[in-house]
Design a protein around this ligand. Structure first.
Ligand code: SPD
Length: 294
């Protein structure tokens, strides 16, 4: 049986836009509205029928207007509801603005540095996906630096942030250095006491080895780290994870009620109850691998 050349659609210009990973295609019907090679990667914006406008980097799905909350709420709120304080927040990557937007919904955030390596991702997100960053782009607490997040973390002063969030792409190309020991050790060093670290940690199905290795490494570096599981339907396998770490105990697991109350009503997916279940939803094979230690 052959694949239909065009999707069934009312739009005659519609085509399939796919991420192809490990013998499987993850596709949306839509049309490419902008595409360019930046100095770092191929940046593509599509208009999709199901999820609105979406962003791909080097052919991999990053985000889409009507699906991004699955990802950004899961990455941000366990960290910002669990840290002892949230005055100073650092986001590495996150060029579409969705992570910064969710952080800045927390009234306690006084300053947020976002360091994104690719200026084209920021520019096109602001122009073509403005709802994802929303009011973050003009928030006086928000400071954007287009530059190397790995160098930023290496050069930052010790104990200078309450929360550090890594919103990068898969560990290849510009994001490769966001998954190694030296980077994680600097993230730990720049956290204040009571601080929380969060990173996207890939799919336990499509990127099983990377996922397990990331959780293990974070446990070694921080002492405490736990993955949380949810869904991003357009990512490989749809099953995704985010991992949280802290030096002084797993404080990210329990959302402080006052902080949670400040953001929960505006969330589509996240709630303290959802978070508790998502931390418990560790698949048996991951639990066994983590217990084996290596
Ligand atoms: N396989 C895709 C991993 C992408 C993680 N980052 C997405 C960026 C959303 N702000």
């Amino acid at each position: 049986m052959s694949t239909p050349p065009v999707p069934a659609s009312n739009d005659p210009s519609a085509q399939w836009v796919d991420e192809i990973f490990d013998g499987v295609r993850y596709g949306l019907a839509g049309r490419v509205i902008a595409e360019q090679h930046s100095p770092f990667q191929r940046v593509t914006i599509i208009e999709s029928e199901r999820y609105g406008k979406g962003l791909l980097l080097d052919g991999c799905w990053m985000t889409a207007e009507r699906q991004e909350r699955h990802y950004h709420e899961a990455l941000v709120h366990p960290a910002l509801c669990g840290a002892a304080q949230v005055e100073r927040v650092l986001v590495i990557g996150g060029g579409d603005g969705g992570t910064a937007r969710e952080c800045l919904r927390h009234a306690g955030v006084q300053h947020l540095d976002m360091v994104e390596i690719d200026g084209l991702v920021v520019e096109w997100s602001q122009q073509l996906l403005p709802g994802i960053g929303g009011s973050a782009w003009s928030d006086p607490r928000f400071q954007l630096t287009v530059g190397d997040g790995i160098a930023w973390v290496r050069e930052a002063e010790a104990a200078s942030y309450d929360v550090v969030i890594v919103d990068g792409s898969d560990p290849a190309g510009p994001a490769e250095g966001l998954f190694n020991r030296a980077f994680f050790e600097h993230c730990r060093r720049i956290l204040r006491p009571g601080g929380v670290f969060a990173t996207q940690s890939e799919s336990p199905e499509a990127f099983r080895e990377v996922h397990i290795a990331t959780v293990r490494l974070l446990r070694e570096v921080f002492g405490h780290a736990d993955p949380l599981y949810g869904w991003v339907p357009m990512y490989p396998s749809g099953w995704w994870s985010w991992t949280f770490a802290a030096v002084d105990g797993p404080r990210y697991r329990d959302a402080q009620p006052e902080r949670a109350a400040g953001v929960a009503a505006g969330c589509e997916i996240w709630s303290p109850r959802w978070q508790s279940g998502a931390f418990e939803a560790v698949p048996a094979f991951v639990e066994r691998a983590l217990a084996d230690g290596g």
